[in-house]
Design a protein around this ligand. Structure first.
Ligand code: STR
Length: 502
């Protein structure tokens, strides 16, 4: 009886407290919620979060609130509010919530992906951005780097020609080596121990990070034994050891007059900032490691996943694959390998990549944003500290913007005459937008284009003899992964003939 009375009284006080705080302000429609547990008892955990939030649109509208345990959170399902959050008021919303899992990965909020908004984040982001522009300006260097890896990738695929294979490791190696060259000017072989360790820990980090697991909602849960958290901690330790090893090697080789990679650029910035006249946030080895770790992790996990999604969709839609190959044959032939400047020629390939990024966005909920100041979305008050989930899935599958959004139709990114690439509407931003937009977008797009162009010029990709098509369901998490699949790779007749006559 006493229990019952106490709980009823607490609930009543909670609602009065909430109402008082909201006088004169307009708040978003909110899912039902209880003290402490928030809206969790009312939520369905069968669907992946991005799908569930999309379904809730029917009931609560495009932008609505819910309580993730004790945390006031907002879901944005429509592009216009998303643009307001990411671009128009981008600065207000440019922070990140601190979570137990991302704190473990980022050494308590260091680096650039999961760190809070502020001068420190801005400085590291700028340093990374300027290192990327070095690559962009000398895009021949970038091109050479990617083509070298595309060449190794094609050789490995050819070696297992005619057999049934899962191309995941070879593609992962190729994208890892591009980012490894960018970060450290080094690369791995397929059988290097460090490469295997990296592939393993990276996969385990993805399995356990930022999954809205209970520990990210109620941090005190970490006091109890937790298998996932232990796996994450072990994986992060392995990652940090590997990064430290790279940092030590780079420090020995470091020459201030020849900055060749991201780590060099950060080490140089550290030296410059040792000057007591320069008043900048401090640059420490740990911050450098976490920043490189983010770029490296992002480069490794995202591109290889998208290349595999593209291959999976092409196995489902062989006519699209044929169209791409027809265009490659016409515009490039077999006399030379594809280069970046072919991008404005191979419209079918480009439109396919755009469509894959639409229908299976790399990060369907982006990384959660956080308002670091009191602000608003439209007429609704958003208090400081609110978590914002931008539902890219819903934005990319919005039936009011996209005709038959569930259908794979690369031609939606071509104009009527099919001779020009277009973005048909504003409900599309696969790399995010605003201050937190993906820093590696240019590198990612270049890699996707070159890897796929090299593969499709040389090979026919076929479903294995048992006819099993890849699943297009995916595994949700901070990266929307594809379920492993197998395929048969065959050298194309034209390529073989060209090789023989060379
Ligand atoms: C992958 C695994 C790893 O070793 C390190 C990282 C840190 C950066 C993460 C990356 C992860 C996954 C993809 C992320 C990236 C930052 C930006 C990128 C989340 C967890 C995306 O937004 C898709």
């Amino acid at each position: 009886m006493w229990w019952f009375l106490t709980i009823s009284l607490l609930t009543l006080l909670y609602y009065i407290w909430q109402k008082q705080g909201s006088m004169g302000k307009k708040y978003l429609i909110c899912m039902p919620h209880l003290p402490i547990l928030g809206s969790l008892p009312y939520m369905n955990f069968h669907d992946p979060a991005h799908v569930y939030f999309t379904k809730l649109k029917e009931k609560y509208g495009n932008t609505f609130a819910f309580w993730m345990g004790p945390q006031y959170s907002v879901v944005v399902n429509h592009f216009s509010a998303a643009k307001e959050v990411l671009l128009k008021k981008g600065k207000d919303f440019a922070s990140r919530p601190r979570m137990v899992t991302t704190d473990i990965l980022s050494g308590s909020g260091k680096g650039i992906a999961f760190s809070e908004y502020g001068p420190q984040w801005r400085m590291y982001r700028k340093l990374v951005q300027s290192s990327f522009s070095l690559l962009k300006d000398g895009s021949q260097k970038l091109e050479k780097l990617i083509c070298q890896e595309a060449n190794t990738l094609c050789k490995s695929l050819a070696a297992a020609q005619g057999k049934i294979q899962d191309p995941a490791t070879d593609i992962f190696l190729a994208s890892s080596n591009v980012i490894c060259q960018f970060c450290f000017s080094s690369s791995w072989n397929k059988d290097d121990e460090d490469f295997e360790i990296m592939m393993d820990y990276s996969n385990n980090i993805l399995k356990t990070l930022c999954k809205d697991s209970l520990v990210d909602i109620f941090p005190w849960i970490q006091l109890f034994p937790n298998k996932d958290l232990a796996l994450l901690k072990d994986s992060v330790t392995l990652r940090n050891e590997l990064l430290k090893k790279k940092l030590e090697i780079q420090k020995e080789k470091f020459n201030i007059d020849s900055v060749n990679n991201l780590l060099d650029a950060l080490l140089k910035a550290k030296l410059d900032s040792d000057n007591p006249l320069v008043q900048e946030p401090e640059i420490t080895d740990e911050h450098i490691l976490m920043t490189v770790g983010d770029i490296f992790g992002a480069g490794v996990e995202t591109t290889s996943t998208v290349v595999r999604w593209c291959i999976a969709f092409l196995l489902h839609h062989p006519q699209v694959k044929e169209e791409i190959q027809k265009e490659i044959d016409q515009k490039i032939g077999f006399g030379r390998t594809p280069v970046l400047s072919d991008r404005n020629q191979l419209l079918h390939l480009e439109s396919t990549i755009r469509e894959v990024l639409r229908i299976r966005p790399v990060a369907p909920l982006l990384i959660p944003h956080m308002a670091w100041t009191d602000t608003s979305i439209g007429e609704y008050t958003i208090p400081k500290g609110t978590r914002i989930y931008i539902n890219l899935w819903s934005i990319h599958h919005d039936p009011t913007q996209w005709n038959e959004p569930e259908r794979f139709m690369p031609e939606r990114f071509l104009d009527k005459n099919k001779d020009q690439l277009i973005i048909p509407n504003a409900s599309y931003f696969p790399f995010g937008s605003g201050p937190r937009v993906c820093v590696g977008e240019f590198l990612a797009r270049s890699e996707l284009f070159l890897f796929l162009a090299w593969i499709l010029q040389r090979f026919d990709l076929e479903v294995p003899d048992d006819g099993e098509l890849p699943s297009l369901d995916g595994l949700s998490g901070v990266v929307f992964q594809i379920i492993p699949f197998k395929l048969k790779v065959k050298l194309r007749k034209g390529w073989r003939e060209a090789e023989l006559s060379a």
